[in-house]
Ligand binder design. Structure first.
Ligand SMILES: Cc1cc2nc3c(=O)[nH]c(=O)nc-3n(C[C@H](O)[C@H](O)[C@H](O)COP(=O)(O)OP(=O)(O)OC[C@H]3O[C@@H](n4cnc5c(N)ncnc54)[C@H](O)[C@@H]3O)c2cc1C
Length: 378
């Protein structure tokens, strides 16, 4: 079975991995070089932050992230020589208004990754002595890890590129589907070529609304800009991830600390702004004041593929026999990535699924006609 995957972010790349492991062949298309969009720009925290603020289907996929990445790292590293570093730092949350909800959520959910402890000042100082003296208590999630996502992408791309069943077609915008009797026959590209396959997967992240018109659906996915800045400290300098007021610090093993993030609806604009960068800098120092002694070595912005509730669209697209979705992961596409791709592979190959697919079904997309009818009657 040959599958064309549109989009080489984490959603498309992991889908490709899952499918070739089952003996399929894939062609992966991207408008730019593979792995350069949101999946590169993100922080790589392997849990939704703050998990209780998300619908359960988001957490149901995210809980598999860490374990599945560990397995992929073991499989890919001997071939790619890239360790994408699943860094088991744990996470401190300082928002006092969330303490009770967080502790109750952890008790009710009873999921090892969301195990949570309340820390008073003395315990907090032991676990992370870099934290500001102004922060005297926290809730602590010792199991939450982060993945070094730019290396993750590099590793998957390197693995896929050496695989006999994989072809990459980069710097090529896929514009439309050629459809006959509920069947996509081929896709049309900006280079004038069309490409045939048995099945097609939309993994186009923040660009997914593009398909609304041709498929006569309202696809409510739009880009939401998030900015980041990067400090360089000595190796293993900050022992845990830290979070306060929706801003986080993510330490990598070599001393880089990723700090973010902002949320702005600015279309496809990816330019970092001075004001937002200053705000991230200030909030980072409020958590860990000694960061002021170290240089900021990089700043960037990425485009999250927002969806109304953050629950992605995974499964067969309405009315078409061989067009599949894996998009709309919003703030959690890296942690949901492995289980999303696994679920899509299970649905495509008619295998038993690990999670109940109902909540992710693209049939919840509203047809454009119904949408305009609803708007007319309001
Ligand atoms: C600042 C920031 C911080 C984040 N932090 C985290 C975090 O800590 N943890 C977490 O889990 N998630 C995080 N995220 C969210 C996560 O990065 C995204 O949900 C995830 O990367 C989405 O992956 P994707 O593959 O769906 O999209 P993308 O990575 O954007 O990939 C989509 C690809 O499709 C290509 N494409 C689109 N349309 C076409 C077309 N028509 N033809 C050809 N190619 C096309 C694009 O060029 C792109 O390469 C963060 C995001 C940002 C921006």
């Amino acid at each position: 079975m040959h599958i064309a995957i549109i989009g080489a972010g984490i959603s498309g790349l992991l889908t490709a991995l899952e499918l070739i492991e089952q003996g399929c062949s894939v062609t992966i298309f991207d408008q730019q070089a593979a792995g350069k969009a949101a999946s590169w720009a993100g922080g790589g925290i392997l849990s939704p932050m703050y998990p209780w603020r998300y619908p359960q289907p988001v957490n149901d996929l995210a809980k598999y992230g860490k374990g599945l990445y560990q397995s992929w790292n073991e499989k890919l590293q001997p071939i790619t020589s890239i360790d994408f570093e699943i860094h088991e730092t744990g996470m401190l949350i300082f928002d006092e208004a969330d303490f009770e909800t967080g502790l109750n959520y952890a008790a009710a959910y009873n999921e090892p990754m969301q195990h949570c402890e309340y820390l008073q000042q003395e315990q907090l100082e032991q676990i992370n002595p870099r934290v500001s003296e102004q922060l005297t208590q926290a809730i602590y999630f010792p199991q939450i890890a982060n993945v070094r996502n730019p290396r993750l992408l590099k590793s998957i791309i390197a693995y896929l590129k050496q695989h006999a069943q994989v072809e990459f077609i980069e710097n090529t915008w896929i514009n439309h589907f050629e459809i006959h009797e509920h069947h996509v026959q081929s896709i049309g590209a900006s280079n004038g070529h069309s490409y045939k396959a048995d099945h097609f997967v939309i993994a186009t992240g923040a660009w997914s609304e593009h398909w609304s018109q041709q498929l006569n659906l309202s696809i409510p996915v739009e880009p939401v800009q998030g900015q980041m800045l990067l400090f360089k400290t000595p190796e293993n300098w900050l022992p845990t991830m830290c979070m306060n007021e929706v801003m986080y610090l993510i330490p990598r093993t070599d001393g880089h600390i990723v700090c973010g993030s902002s949320m702005h609806h600015l279309g496809f604009d990816k330019r970092p702004s001075t004001q937002v960068q200053q705000n991230i800098y200030k909030t980072s120092l409020a958590m860990v004041p000694e960061l002021a002694d170290f240089p900021v070595v990089k700043q960037w912005a990425g485009l999250r593929p927002s969806s109304p509730t953050g629950v992605p669209y995974i499964g067969k697209m309405p009315d078409l026999n061989n067009l599949w979705a894996n998009f709309g992961h919003y703030r959690n596409g890296l942690c949901m990535g492995p289980a999303s791709a696994q679920l899509l592979r299970q649905l495509m190959l008619q295998q038993p699924s690990t999670v109940n697919p109902a909540a992710y079904d693209p049939n919840r997309l509203i047809p454009n006609k119904e949408l305009s009818r609803t708007l007319q009657t309001v």
